[in-house]
Write a protein that binds this ligand. Structure first.
Ligand code: CMP
Ligand code: MG
Ligand code: ZN
Length: 360
């Protein structure tokens, strides 16, 4: 079993999935919830946990998506685990908040249809009708997951008190709704504003929501081989949506036209405009909230000093490396395109010359 490296930033979830016979959610979900002592603290019967994780895994496999499948769920849950344990975030959270955070990561794309919110809205899907075009997928992921918990044999929160359940439910809802990319810029701006105050007070729910959002878009900040594989799979999913859009006579959504999408360029843009600023704000936030927890421990003799605690950031080197590779790729793609254009022009000229020759 490939669980030895579970604490690493660039954990290979693809190998885990192979080792776990295609059930990474079940293996990872079970392992994480037991590592953090959740099974014991919230008295989760192990058979019930297995049933719940099995149902979640099934839902992720329903639409056979190249990207939004059980591997993505396991990947996001593992990244959440990395942040919880390797930055020390877990020490700032209560057991219930850790439980909610891990479950939110596991269910955050449950029963994803392999199409975007925009596609749901534009095609007038059942889900778009049900959720009035607002956060259509995210509402579904949450609602359908809580429906699993209604079944006694899958109810992992059956031994929580009423108050605990209310808090758990609110946290999971807030976190998963915040994974909707349309809140991205507002979410970052709000957090930046809070962090710029003289005495920043970061809300627990806002903090874990930003962490989940970052975990969700973290593959461009992982080792190249992993990031490249995720990108290929995500683009194939986007292209299949583009094929559907063409059939329905809808305009192509961004990155969905398989004949006219600049992959390398799109990834450079996604890294520079979305991933890097997110990781920056997230690490600033983590350092801000974790500083008070670390000052006492580190400075018993010299007394508290006003120095911010620093977390390790393995994503920085990965982002630099991945951008470099995409930039090289973009140059090569450009050359190939220019060559093709020239060839086409030459062909066109030859055709028109020949046509003129026969006319004369
Ligand atoms: P989802 O996992 O639901 O939430 C985050 C979204 O970001 C994801 O769906 C994709 O729509 C988008 N996303 C993630 N990675 C990339 C990427 N490398 N390029 C473009 N979009 C991405
Ligand atoms: Mg999502
Ligand atoms: Zn996701």
């Amino acid at each position: 079993m490939k669980l030895q490296t579970l604490d690493e930033w660039s954990f290979d979830v693809f190998s885990l999935s192979e080792a776990a016979q295609g059930t990474p959610v079940k293996y990872l979900g079970y392992d994480l919830l037991s590592r953090y002592g959740m099974i014991h603290k919230f008295k989760v019967p192990t058979a019930i946990l297995e049933n719940f994780l099995g149902k979640v895994e099934e839902g992720y496999c329903r639409y056979r998506n190249p990207y939004h499948n059980n591997l993505h769920a396991a990947d996001v849950a593992q990244t959440m685990h990395y942040i919880l344990c390797r930055t020390g975030l877990m020490n700032w959270l209560t057991d219930l908040e850790i439980f909610a955070t891990l479950v939110a990561a596991l269910i955050h794309d449950y029963e994803h249809t392999g199409t975007t919110n925009n596609f749901h809205v534009m095609s007038g899907s059942e889900a778009a009708l049900l959720y009035n075009d607002r956060a259509v997928l995210e509402n579904h992921h949450i609602s359908a997951s809580f429906r699993i918990l209604r079944e006694d044999e899958c109810n992992i929160v059956q031994n929580l008190s009423i108050e605990e359940f209310r808090e758990f439910r609110t946290l999971v809802i807030d976190m998963v709704l915040a994974t909707d990319m349309s809140f991205h810029f507002q979410q970052l701006k709000n957090m930046k504003n809070i962090l710029s105050l003289a005495e920043p007070k970061v809300d627990k729910s806002k903090a874990v929501s930003l962490v989940l959002h970052c975990c969700d878009i973290s593959h461009p900040a992982k080792r190249w081989d992993l990031h490249h594989r995720w990108t290929t799979q995500l683009l194939e999913e986007f292209f299949r949506q583009g094929d559907k859009e063409r059939e329905l006579g809808l305009p192509f959504s961004p990155l969905c036209d398989r004949n006219n999408t600049l992959v390398a360029e799109s990834q450079i843009g996604f890294i520079e405009f979305i991933v890097e600023p997110s990781m920056q704000v997230c690490s600033d936030m983590l350092e801000t909230i974790l500083t008070p927890l670390n000052v006492k421990e580190n400075n018993e003799e010299s007394g508290p000093v006003d120095r911010t605690f620093q977390i390790i950031k393995p994503w920085i080197a990965c982002l630099v490396e991945n951008k470099k590779i995409w930039k090289e790729q973009a140059i090569k793609d450009d050359e190939i395109r220019a060559q093709k254009e020239q060839d086409h022009k030459k062909e066109d000229n030859e055709i028109s010359n020949n046509a003129q020759g026969t006319n004369e």
